[in-house]
Design a protein. Structure first.
Length: 117
């Protein structure tokens, strides 16, 4: 499985960005697609995930109502639409994939999101 994340950048507080994650490889190995983030000096944290084939989603409380994860099966791409961004959303965002069970095994290279106040 290969994952290519893109779409990061600099945005003012209250603005929006959309991250993309292009995925390839066996579908059973990317049954669940997720987004994580890591701010400087902190541990990587879960942001959102989706069950690729069924569309079920889950979110961290800190982004619920502001971020939306979605997938385009035809393009093998998962998106993270981020609205009402806050300075505390500043982090490197990673997309990741896992099979039906177990931990996330495959990781993209990360894309930096910077939110200015």
């Amino acid at each position: 499985v290969q994952l290519q994340a893109s779409g990061g950048g600099l945005v003012q507080a209250g603005g929006s960005l959309r991250l993309s994650c292009a995925a390839s490889g066996p579908p059973h190995s990317r049954y669940v697609m997720g987004w994580f983030r890591q701010a400087p000096g902190t541990e990587r944290e879960f942001v959102a995930d989706t069950i690729w084939s069924r569309g079920g989603t889950s979110y961290a409380d800190s982004v619920k109502g502001r971020f939306t994860i979605s997938g385009d099966n035809a393009k093998n791409t998962v998106y993270l639409q981020m609205n009402s961004l806050k300075p505390e959303d500043t982090a490197v965002y990673y997309c990741a994939a896992r099979g039906y069970s177990g931990t996330y095994r495959y990781w993209g290279q990360g894309t930096l999101v910077t939110v200015s106040s």
